[in-house]
Unconditional design. Structure first.
Length: 320
């Protein structure tokens, strides 16, 4: 009888030592849970205790499937292990984010624990979070507020002119050396005439209509493309760096250049941003109306014959 009790005690001790436990926490020092917005980082700490012989791995295939089926995105993870007398502690630092607003759930993450005899699977706890929109909820104006103006720095004329002259001189020397080494003429040949910006934009709008994204329910993809067509037209038409600018920066640049219908272009891009980033809903008819609206704006602002002649004469003068 004593031998039987001794065997049972050994088995119980073995199970106790080989037990696996997992704890999931949000790092509240690095994660602002009260003001989470789309794209903000969420930092998780996951601790798994196990025996010394075991190895712990994050199941990448499971994570890949999670990201395909939800708005959850795992950006990166780091693993480190600590050893105590009877067990190992493996810590995972997870960096994640969401690209959708509203109540979201950080899903349970799958971990594989490999031992000499078999594989054990454990899951972290799922945690609910609230994701806010980057656009403030203003029912009176529905307008993105301007960014605070940058702090002005006082510079003398020489502080600006001297670095420009030095850089220009260095650039000219490098340019001449490269041209001479390659055997090419320092003065570039006459450039071929480019297709007008409005022709390119109208062709892309026709293709967008033929793709029938609205009819297929692909609302976000439609507004991403039409917003890009508008930005690309403004950059080519007015020679402004707007492709990588915010909507508010584009508004300021168009206004400074004195572009006609600048306010209508700004409102058009703002409506696109609401669908892309704040998940505003628009119908198929509204999407088609915006397609026609952009086409009308392009036709109203395309280069006139006089502008084209002045530009061509300027090019000929520069080449000569």
């Amino acid at each position: 009888m004593k031998k039987i009790l001794l065997v049972l005690l050994c088995l119980l001790l073995t199970q106790t030592l080989g037990a696996v436990s997992i704890r999931t926490n949000i790092d509240r020092d690095s994660t602002n849970l009260k003001q989470l917005k789309i794209g903000d980082r969420i930092y998780l700490n996951i601790n798994i205790s196990h025996t010394k012989e075991d190895s712990v791995y994050l199941d990448r295939n499971y994570i890949r499937k999670l990201q395909e089926d939800s708005d959850f995105v795992l950006i990166s993870h780091k693993k480190q292990s600590k050893t105590t007398e009877n067990e190992n502690l493996t810590e995972f630092d997870i960096t994640s984010t969401f690209f959708d607003v509203g109540a979201q759930t950080i899903p349970a993450l799958k971990f594989n624990i490999l031992s000499k005899s078999d594989t054990t699977v454990v899951y972290s706890d799922s945690i609910g979070v609230q994701i806010n929109s980057v656009i403030e909820d203003d029912t009176t104006q529905n307008e993105i507020k301007d960014i605070v103006e940058p702090i002005s720095i006082s510079l003398t004329a020489w502080d600006i002119i001297f670095p420009i002259l030095v850089l220009a001189l260095i650039g000219a020397i490098i340019f001449i050396l490269i041209k001479r080494k390659s055997g090419k003429s320092i003065i570039p040949p006459k450039k071929e005439k480019q297709i007008p910006a409005h022709i390119v934009a109208l062709q892309k709008l026709d293709q967008l209509a033929l793709d029938k994204l609205l009819e297929q329910g692909k609302l976000k993809q439609f507004f991403v493309r039409i917003s890009w067509i508008c930005r690309e037209y403004l950059e080519r038409r007015y020679n402004l760096p707007v492709l990588e600018s915010t909507t508010t920066e584009i508004k300021r640049a168009l206004k400074d250049r004195g572009v006609e219908y600048s306010n209508k272009f700004y409102k058009f891009l703002l409506e696109c941003d609401k669908v892309k980033y704040a998940r505003f809903h628009k119908s198929i008819n509204e999407g088609q109306e915006m397609l026609k609206e952009l086409e009308n704006l392009i036709m109203k602002t395309k280069k006139t014959v006089v502008e084209k002649q002045i530009e061509d004469k300027g090019d000929e003068h520069n080449i000569s």
